[in-house]
Design a protein around this ligand. Sequence first.
Ligand SMILES: [Ca+2]
Ligand SMILES: [Ca+2]
Ligand SMILES: [Ca+2]
Ligand SMILES: [Ca+2]
Length: 476
Amino acid sequence: MRARNLAVTAIAVALAAGGVTLPLAGTAAAAGTTVRKDDFNGDGYRDLAIGTPGANSVTVTYGSAAGVGTSRATTVSQSTAGVPGVTEQGDEFGESVTSGDVNSDGYADLVVGAPGEKTPGTSGGTVTIVWGGRNGFKKGGTTLTAPADSERRFGEAAVFVDIDGDETANLAVISGDSWWFYADGVPQDGRAIGLETDFLPEGVRLDSMTAGHLTSKDGYTFVLTGERADGGAYTAYIKGGAGDLGYWSGVLAEGGDPSASRDPLAVGDVNGDGYDDLVTGNPNAAKGGAISVRYGADAKLGAPVTYTQDSAGVPGNGEDGDRFGWSVATGDVTGDGLADVAVGAPGETSGAAGARGAGSVVVLKGGPRGLRDGSASHQDTPRVPGVGEDGDAFGSNVRLKDVDKDGKADLATGAGGEDIGSGADARRDAGAVWVLRGSSAGVTTPRATSFNGSDFGVRLPAGAGGLGKAFGESLR
Ligand SMILES: [Ca+2]
Ligand SMILES: [Ca+2]
Ligand SMILES: [Ca+2]
Ligand SMILES: [Ca+2]
């Protein structure tokens, strides 16, 4: 079995043995421009992808010097020309979204999980790769179905990174209790490769995955979160490499450990030492929720450092039901080279009217000695569009990325409980997304913008919204 994974890197090893210098990352594109992982139309601006699993679609808003908005966007679904499959209620197309230039044509491609999709002969779930291009998504796509021996919900999460160090990225996908990857090149349906050492416990239900340079400045470490069969949280890691995938693995935290996560996680270099750091959220920990930071280092991850709303430098107070840590994201908001951390607290009471569960987002600045100098934003923050109402759940999802290319990551946040429209067109819990610009001082409110599914023709069936389904459930 060992030979199987080694075959993936056989060419790289042969080249190295022959004394040929392997190309460094990025040199393949040196003649042109480096392809960003999320620049779908190739104009040099990162784009924001917004998943709406309740409506089985993903809306991509294209970045520009003016940021993202409603005028330049494409909504992709299984009804889009050239995209395989048929849109059916419950597919959850858009439950997970990641990206990368999978077919190496210079345009980032959209990788969309539909873990609820039913395919005869499989346990369910698909991943669809929709090809990017200069004019958006006009080249169709390809769909990967669940491996025959997978345990339901294939496509809960996916990442596209170089697993084995051969400078070519591979797609990795999780299903209920399994981890899969594909060989170099465009992934071929039916060719998923499983772990050689399956360390995952029986009955675990994986929910989320990320990868970063956590334990090596070159290689990737994957982090998986989910729930054990007994309902306890489960947070584990696997180190990538050329063979024996799964052998270098371990549990970071589980059960009732406050630093264990069931879902929210992100990686970024918070302290600026060159290693990515792991940020996990646990909205049930402590009073009102918590996040934990584990610093990356050579061959190990540090012990968790936990922050709550009662920690120094974190605004607010921890109260029952705040759900601080429901969502987390990393990105350099201030442009100082260190990753900052956004934390959603969708259960927070906010605004002058004290709306319960209106929600808020806290952005904490990275620093050599840890997170500091946090600020909170919500719908009642001056110049932020909207009004916080009971159950809006602002902060139900967060993402930090620089969409206007000024060198400072901008905050995108979903509010999965936001109602939209009025009268016969009213939709409860349809969701909306806000974008607040980054600056050297942190997240700012001038030019803050907001949009929802109706701005893009995305219509949730009645009752199909709310947390986990609404516009903005996934942000990439
Ligand atoms: Ca773009
Ligand atoms: Ca491509
Ligand atoms: Ca670090
Ligand atoms: Ca920016």
